[in-house]
Design a protein around this ligand. Structure first.
Ligand code: PLP
Length: 345
């Protein structure tokens, strides 16, 4: 039988698979690259959307998690832990369940989108809410590994970055070369680092003629890299990037410097406008955090005619509260055709 075998098997030649005996996969990767007709028109460029929300648990975190859990299992680990703004915990819970492993997830109390919490619970993880923000949850996850035999699967785990770089491979394979610009939201800054690693690896192997400029976007209330210092109380509606002290700060800056790119900030209002534009005009319902890449293009403009890929990191269904709370409650009418016609006229 043909068909996609998951990114570890498909891109095995490009990954560090030393010690791997058993691949744990949910057939992640191979996500659609959708041409953005209206957005292209609006910014005067050729814009594409990488729909990472169509991964098995609804975010790009599955790319890193198939690698991290595959490696952890091959190394004999029986339990994994992560601190998470939500999507990492959903992915960790799912892949751990698939591998028959235990999973502990530490999330900031009250600050994770409902869909993500539901996923971690339903996949059977031990979910613990921490009185503190993501940065505290990550520190605790790290500390826990000193006290019990447990493997951390946050993006400080190098296997995560390895898996995530395959997003860049898919773009080059599909477009025939790297785009001129890769636009991507930045939280813990692992993904922008991973894409850069993928692009450079492919480029040096002559699979692409060019390298893209890396354009990262943080939420204005959680923009440590833009500000150049840690943010102790990060705040944004985009919970997936509500991070004040990114673990991959240094590699992210390297990616930006080497590619002549930039990391800039967009406000929550700009982010929500872009999020709404994507749904209404491109029919893509992504997470608020994912829209940071598009908000950045709309805010700062782009070189005319350039080819741009926006990475839409997560699925909009993850965060129904934000969607519903921003909309008027749908009208209620009597169950008669007269009432319906009266309302619609
Ligand atoms: C994790 C996440 C991000 C941020 O990615 P980093 O690698 O932490 O920079 C952005 N959007 C979504 C939906 C995420 O889940």
């Amino acid at each position: 039988m043909g068909g996609w075998k998951g990114l570890v098997r498909e891109y095995g030649d490009w990954l560090d698979l030393r010690g791997v005996t058993d691949v744990v996969t949910l057939l992640e990767g191979n996500t659609p690259l959708l041409h953005a007709e209206r957005l292209s028109e609006r910014v005067g460029a050729d814009v594409w959307l990488k729909l990472e929300g169509l991964n098995p648990t609804g975010s790009f975190k599955d790319r890193g998690m198939t690698m991290a859990i595959t490696k952890a299992k091959s190394a004999g680990a029986t339990t994994v832990v992560c601190g998470s703004t939500g999507n990492t915990s959903a992915a960790a819970a799912a892949y751990a369940a698939r591998a028959g492993m235990g999973c502990v997830v530490l999330v900031p109390e009250g600050k994770i989108a409902l869909g993500k919490l539901a996923q971690a619970i339903v996949y059977g993880a031990e979910v613990v809410q921490i009185r503190g923000n993501f940065d505290r949850a990550l520190n605790l996850a790290r500390e826990l590994t000193q006290h019990m035999p447990i493997t951390i699967v946050n993006s400080i785990n190098p296997d995560r970055i390895e898996g995530q770089k395959t997003g860049a491979f898919e773009l080059v394979d599909e477009l025939g070369d790297a785009p001129d610009i890769l636009a991507i939201p930045v939280g813990n800054a692992g993904n922008i680092s991973a894409y850069w690693r993928g692009f450079t690896q492919y480029h040096f192997a002559k699979k692409s003629a060019t390298l893209p400029k890396m354009w990262g976007f943080q939420a204005a209330g959680a923009a440590p890299i833009v500000l150049g210092h840690r943010v102790d109380e990060p705040e944004t509606i985009a919970t997936a990037i509500r991070i004040g002290n990114p673990a991959s700060w240094v590699p992210a800056l390297e990616a930006v410097d080497e590619s002549h790119g930039a990391i800039r900030a967009v406000t929550d209002d700009e982010l929500l406008d872009a999020w709404s534009f994507l749904a209404r005009h491109e029919s893509v319902f992504c997470e608020p955090a994912s829209a940071a890449s598009v908000a950045g293009l709309l805010k700062f403009g782009v070189p005319a005619g350039s080819r741009i890929v926006c990475v839409l990191t997560g699925n909009g269904l993850k965060d129904p509260d934000t969607a519903v709370s921003r909309a008027a409650t749908p009208v209620v009418v009597d169950s008669s055709i007269e009432a319906l016609l009266a309302h619609l006229s």
